[in-house]
Structure formats: C-alpha cells, structure tokens
Design a protein around this ligand. Sequence first.
Ligand SMILES: *Cc1c(COP(=O)(O)O)cnc(C)c1O
Length: 418
Amino acid sequence: MPPRVIPFGRPMFGDAERQAVLDVLAGPTLTHGPRVRAFEARFAEITGAPHAIAVGSCTAGMELVWRSIGLGPGDEVIVSAQTHVATAHAVIMTGATPVFADSEPVTGNVDPTLLESLVTPRTRAIAVVHYLGLPADLDAIRSVAGRNGLFLLEDCALSLGGRYRDAHTGLIGDAGCFSFYPVKHITTGEGGMVITRHADLARRIESMRAFGLDRSDPAARRHPGAYDVVGPGANHRMGELAGALGLCQLDRLADFLARRSANDAVLVGRLRRIAEETGALRVLGDGGDSAGSHPRHTDTVDAPGRVNRAAPPAEADPRRPARICRSIVLADRLVPQRDSIIMALSDAGIGTSVYYPRPVPCFTWYRRTFGDGPATRVPVAAAISRGSIALPIGPHLDSTDMTAIADALGSILCGTRA
Ligand SMILES: *Cc1c(COP(=O)(O)O)cnc(C)c1O
C-alpha cells in the first residue's frame, strides 16, 4: 500500500460553501452587501466582541489599527520576534519602528519579563502574537502595557477560538486581528477581521477600510454621491464572496476546533513518548496548559513523577488554546539534520511547516535596515526557528493520521545519527 498522504493543511469546503458562493454569483451584490455584515455580526457573537470589522487580510487589519491610532515615524512598537513577518511589517508600513522581544522557551510566546526593559519614551504600543494558537501571557503583558500607557494589539491570526480566562483572544488587549488565509482555523481564501472593545477605534477602522469616507455603506446613502471624505483611507474591504464563505465556515468552527484539539491530544501523547525514549525532541508548548483534551491533574500521565498529587492544585491556567499545529523542537545534536528530517517526512507523505523560518529581526531586510543587533538579542526565538518542525493537526486529519505522523517521525529519528 502506498503511504497515507497527510497534507499540512487543506481548506474544508463543502456543499454549503459552494452553494453560498453560487448564491452570491446569482445576485447583483458583490460588495457592500448583507453577507459581510452578517459575517461580522456572527463573528462578534461567537467571540463576544462589541465590534467586528471585516477586512481584506489580517495584515491589512493590523495596519488599519495602527493608522487608526495615528502610529507613525518616530514611534516604537514592541513586537514578538517569533511571529509571522506581517506583525512587524504592519508597523513598518506606517513608518514606525518595531523593537523585538524574544520568546520564552517553553511555548515560543513572547517572554513578558523582557518587555519593560524595551520601553522607551518613544514606545506607543505592544504587538504580541498568540504563537501557534496558544494565548500569550496576557496578564503580565497587559500590566506592562497598562503601567506604561501602551496600546496592546493581539495578532490572533492563529488563535481563533482561543481564550484567556473568560475572554476571547483579541479582547484582552485593545484590538485583535484574525486571518482567514487558507491554512488558518477558517478560510475565506483571503480575508481578515479586526475586533475591539473600543467603539471610537472601530469607527475609525471602518472609515479607513473604505477610503476614509464618512459612510462606508452605500445602501445607507439616501442618494448617489451623498458622502464626504473625513480622513485618509485605503481599500481594505472584504467582498461578498469571501463573506459568504466566512459565514459557512463559522458554522463549522466548533467542529473544526474539537477535531484539532482531539488530534493534538493524540499526537502529543505519542510525541511525549518519543521524547522520553529517544531524547531527540521536546514538544513546544507542552507543560502547563490545561486546555486541549489532555487533563492536567490525573494519574494517567505518561511522564512518571510529573504529577505530585500531594501538592496543592496549581492556579487554574487562564490559557485556552486553539492550536493550529503542533511543533516539536529537535535536540541540539539533531538540529543540523532538521531539513533532512523534514524531507524524510515529506517522502513519507507527511506535510510539515516551519513557524517561522527566522525570527523577524533575522530576515535580510530587517538586518539591513536595523543592523545585526536586534537579531542577536532574540536567541530563544532563533533556536525555535532553527530546530522546530510544525506537524499538522487540522480537521482534514484524524487520529490514524496522528499515529502515522508520530510513527514516521519516530522511525526517521531512529535512523538519524547526529
Ligand atoms: C497568517 C498570519 C498573518 C497574516 O495573515 P494574512 O491574513 O495573510 O494577512 C499574520 N500573523 C500571523 C501570526 C499569521 O499566522
């Protein structure tokens, strides 16, 4: 039998999505229509957001947030170093300067203990990513932001469904931006959403999303041409085709999240065993998170001695992840073999990814623009970039796939000599 083919991601479209798109094509309204408005309303309902604004992409959403608070040249924003380049680029596009903060090693999320030392008189904001769908340490981050009067943006591109205590990610800070790019939790092809608690910020983003007009919705204009321009703006609208897809995908979000979480639990169980037996890897983000499907305080742990039942119960972990994938970090001796391990997995039919190939300050343009200094100050993020492999847990896969991934990885590692 040929090996199972296990792609890293696959859009989950069915009859509902196909019909929804055909319905849009059958009508006259391709933009400024009811589907995007309904998508925003449903997204707000699901996340509990007072305001949700659909945009062309997560990156466009982040740039709109920054422009809406008047960020510009001379301003600094503290940004997670271990993130998609978009988190930093959105700052760059306004003329402001990102100042990079390293990760903490267990999860790859930003190390909140580093933030305060990066604050200068020019600092206006902090931008953190919820790395791979595990919420960052928002209590600590928010208190630094609060003490220093900084705006807090959450890059939630990978954390749809992720919560921190009672709040959806994106609502602890001042704004949260989501992505509907194909490999995210839900997809509209391209697309994004901004959520915020602040009505005034929402109004500015809505206006800037559509040329800075005083009314973004032509249907609300009593007669053609009845609008004024009250500010600069871009065209970062979402169209009706994307909105129709988004509505269908939200109907399936709970199912997608449950499948990811179940897959992750199976995969992590297997990966822990490989880690213990071979010492070849560690599981990123393993240790300390209560959510997902693996309970924390049980005696069915596969790490003997991990659970001390006599100890007082740890304070409940506020993080409720919505993981997009599961990354392993190879032991140092195997890091030089990382790319050949990835190729061996690919030969076995298993798609992987690397989140992210370099910390942002280590990419060529950032080094050329800001020098080598910032790149040398993010060693933890750099180690994750060098040594990690992201394994798929998407809803297109099941527990048999998870077992196949772990088995393939285990036998590749056995055959790999450092
Ligand atoms: C995918 C991603 C983005 C970019 O999202 P777009 O919708 O493609 O602009 C930004 N940040 C993170 C963390 C991402 O994973």
